[in-house]
Design a binder for this molecule. Structure first.
Ligand code: PLZ
Length: 445
């Protein structure tokens, strides 16, 4: 087995060349000749191996990963349980298409999803390849089940890059610019953004609901789609009571409440799903990213009456629920359970909150510290104002990168630094990463 025969890459950050190093730069030149310029890479260090929270690049630099490939490798890189499950499945068979010749792994993943997602009601799932595809399918189910067309989404939302999910996504650059026309019957209403609107959860919900009722009409709405904590939009945690009030309104009006847990789900925020913090039981949940330890897998899970309203053959896809990805998901979920990664995410969250709040007390460019568990962020502002400071975010990310720390920015205004460490990061690695981040923030100040 590959995992046991090789020496560890190490656990401590080590920068041995300038970054990116010469081999990465050569690969980047090769790439420019053949890879579309439409794909951007903020920090083009090319990776050779990973282990836990570390990534080894082609020049021998050992980088600390505080992004987990955008919240995907929550259980870390090169996890023995996943290596073993995937290797075994590759040896057994890699593909049949679930619609042609089914297999147990698909069913077992759906059993796990039924057990883990909020609520004890009867549930059914369908598996897909990407988050965008899961969101598209959740909307298909909601429209069919309700016989209605309108979909309500929120300011700052991110739901994907396919045609429908571009329409559902708020931010124009870079996601939507010149890629229209977009899918119709999508309506955007204000999000609860405590740092910027100062509203309580119920107040912000009343504002959103008033807009829906006056501009769309409750009886036309098939689905209300929301990230319980917004990811790309800036790690925006809605005020307490916002999600619960929206959920109550959807229930009263026959609207399908869809929680997009693609970024926040699977232990990231200290519980299996972020919406559990709000006590809301969604009708449908979309998952991907953390679900399968780096293999492409996504799901729609929810009320069996909705999921089973679809006519036979109405859902599917060649690769959805691919056996290798499904085997990886089963190993990933087992690992999360065995290592109690929700508890680890809560502990990481306590460390992050303490350090980031202390840092915010030292510099005037941090306007807000927010998030839950291992999904925390700082929002950067011009000192003494709430004006977004994207330049500071950029310089902080660059500083971290130069020190061999992978950190990611996000936000509608590009002024948020988000931390998404693998949940298996050690205390020493986390401390090291936070020290670099603190230096970067002071340097930007
Ligand atoms: N819903 C909440 O966060 C993906 C996007 C990266 P896919 N977020 C990372 C990029 O720039 O493309 C995401 C998400 C939420 C849906 C998606 C879409 O998931 O697997 O990227 O399609």
């Amino acid at each position: 087995m590959v995992s046991s025969s090789r020496p560890s890459i190490g656990t401590e950050r080590k920068v041995v060349t300038e970054l990116p190093g010469p081999k990465s730069r050569a690969l980047h030149d090769r790439r420019k000749a053949v890879v579309s310029a439409g794909l951007s890479t903020g920090f083009p260090v090319y990776i050779e191996r990973g282990e836990g929270a570390m990534l080894l690049d082609v020049d021998g630099n050992l980088l600390l990963d505080l992004g987990s490939g955008i919240a995907v490798t929550s259980i870390g890189h090169a996890v023995p349980e996943v290596i073993e499950a995937v290797s075994q499945q590759v040896a057994d068979f890699t593909h049949t298409c679930f619609m042609v010749a089914p297999y147990e792994e698909y069913v077992a993943v759906c059993e796990e999803l039924a057990a883990l997602t909020p609520g004890t009601h009867a549930k059914a799932s369908a598996l897909f390849n990407s988050g965008s595809e899961a969101v598209e399918n959740a909307i298909k189910v909601a429209r069919l089940a309700t016989g209605r067309q309108a979909v309500v989404v929120f300011d700052h939302a991110y739901h994907g890059r396919t045609n429908l999910t571009m329409a559902l996504t708020a931010k124009n650059m870079p996601y939507k610019e010149h890629f229209g026309p977009f899918a119709p019957e999508v309506y955007r209403v204000p999000m609860s953004y405590p740092f910027r609107d100062g509203l309580s959860g119920p107040e912000a919900a009343a504002r959103a609901i008033a807009e829906i009722e006056s501009q769309v009409g409750a009886h036309n709405v098939a689905a209300l789609l929301i990230e319980p904590i917004q990811g790309e939009g800036g790690f925006i945690v809605p005020a307490d009571g916002f999600l619960a009030a929206l959920s109550a309104w959807t229930t009263a009006n026959g609207v399908v409440f869809i929680a997009d847990e693609i970024q926040a789900g699977f232990c990231r925020t200290g519980s299996w799903f972020a919406i559990e913090h709000d006590g809301v039981i969604p009708d449908l949940v979309t998952t991907a990213k953390g679900l399968a330890g780096g293999m492409p897998l996504a799901a729609v899970t929810g009320r069996a009456d909705l999921m089973n309203a679809v006519h036979e053959g109405g859902l599917g896809g060649t690769y959805g629920g691919n056996p290798v990805a499904a085997a990886a998901a089963l190993a990933t979920i087992r690992t999360m359970r065995d290592r109690d990664l929700p508890a680890r995410a809560r502990a990481i969250g306590e460390t992050l909150a303490a350090r980031l709040n202390a840092l915010a007390g030292e510099v005037s460019i941090i306007g807000d510290v927010r998030g839950r568990g291992a999904m925390m962020a700082i929002e950067l502002v011009n000192p003494g104002t709430t004006e977004p400071n994207a330049a500071a975010a950029k310089s902080i990310v660059n500083y971290c990168n130069q020190q061999g720390v992978i950190a990611l920015a996000c936000g509608t205004f590009g002024n948020v630094i988000r931390l998404l460490p693998p949940l298996v990061i050690t205390d020493a690695q986390l401390e090291d990463g936070l020290n670099v981040l603190a230096d970067a923030v002071h340097a930007a100040h």
